[in-house]
Design a protein around this ligand. Structure first.
Ligand SMILES: [Zn+2]
Length: 343
């Protein structure tokens, strides 16, 4: 997620650990040394001057492909989904030809509540994508009876391949899901069109889980880049150590969030802080923000139960597999709670 304010007032610094490289396969360029970038100064642009076309072009030119969306997402999705229960469908195409893929419940039933699961809105947040694929290949079938499921494992494939937060037009997709069309991106427009095309429309969406990570590279790369884009200087912020949830302050659903936190605690540690990304916690590992106002993906369906997950992959000893299981635990506990409370 990273801090929601453009600038942080915190002066707490943490040692920056090297970025994980285990997921980067042979044949792709090694990730640039993000940790060598001083947080206060970004390599592109000048302080006091928001980026124009030339700075954006310079940024785009220094991105490169590190992994394959087709191999790691599309082929995995097609080979592991239970085709008796789900159909794999293309719901759009990004500039450059990336097919946007989802899995949908077969025999979509107007009498059942709809559930949306999204991952990879921020392409660099690996477990957001792989955790959703893990849910689909292992746990999703047991919920097919109770819900109509729409699962988009990788909303931003361009960012997934390049391990970037923004899309190719220097826009953060997770600020592009609000009502104002001027703020929309290819990524958000495609998800909105998919939802509109499904029977029942927005009123029928009961649950949406949007899977993200908060990483140490937020501090060394992505937040300094965001500040530079705006022509300002990034001041360091403390990266929270542990899992947390970002709920919607308009509809807090605290009991639902507690059930999710309790389930994730069995898989990985919960952030113990009383304030996370400069927001006060409302309960262990949970903050609330105005999701719709910020244009977060978690606001896109209008679902009563909607949240953003923030897995922390950079703690010593935390494995990629554990991060994926934490994402799955969020989705399954979210749905178990709703079955008990609403159905
Ligand atoms: Zn994110």
């Amino acid at each position: 997620m990273s801090n929601l304010a453009e600038n942080s007032s915190s002066t707490i610094n943490k040692p920056i650990r090297a970025i994980r490289t285990s997921e980067f396969k042979d044949g792709f360029k090694p990730l640039r040394k993000l940790e060598s970038q001083p947080a206060e100064k970004y390599r592109i642009g000048s302080i006091g001057k928001p980026w124009g076309a030339s700075e954006k072009a310079e940024w785009l030119a220094q991105t490169s492909v590190h992994r394959s969306y087709v191999k790691e997402v599309v082929e995995k999705l097609e080979s592991t989904v239970d085709t008796n229960l789900f159909e794999v469908k293309q719901y759009g195409t990004l500039t450059g030809g990336f097919p946007l893929m989802c899995a949908l419940s077969k025999n979509w039933d107007d009498k059942k509540p709809n559930v949306l699961v999204t991952g990879g809105v921020h392409g660099y947040e690996t477990s957001g994508v792989q955790g959703v694929l893990l849910f689909l290949s292992t746990a999703a079938p047991q919920y097919a009876e109770s819900f109509n499921l729409a699962v988009c494992p990788c909303v931003s494939p361009w960012g997934y391949e390049r391990v970037e937060r923004w899309n190719q037009f220097s826009v953060d997709p997770n600020r592009s899901f609000g009502p104002d069309p001027k703020t929309h991106t290819e990524e958000s427009s495609a998800v909105k069109a998919l939802l509109a095309s499904l029977e029942g429309g927005e009123a029928k969406w009961m649950c949406h889980v949007d899977c993200h990570e908060t990483t140490d590279t937020d501090e060394t790369e992505y937040m300094p880049a965001r500040a530079a884009l705006a022509g300002s200087v990034y001041k360091r912020c403390d990266i929270p150590d542990g899992f947390y949830l970002v709920g919607d302050s308009v509809k807090p659903e605290e009991a639902w969030h507690k059930a999710i936190i309790d389930a994730v605690r069995e898989v990985t540690h919960i952030c113990p802080d009383k304030s996370i990304i400069e927001e006060p916690v409302t309960q262990d590992g949970c903050i609330l923000v105005p999701a719709g106002k910020l244009g977060l993906c978690a606001s896109v369906s209008g679902a009563k139960y909607a949240t953003t997950t923030e897995v922390y992959p950079d703690s010593p000893g935390v494995t990629d597999e554990q991060c994926n299981r934490a994402q799955r635990a969020v989705i399954t506990s979210a749905l178990d709670f709703i079955i008990a409370a609403e159905l």
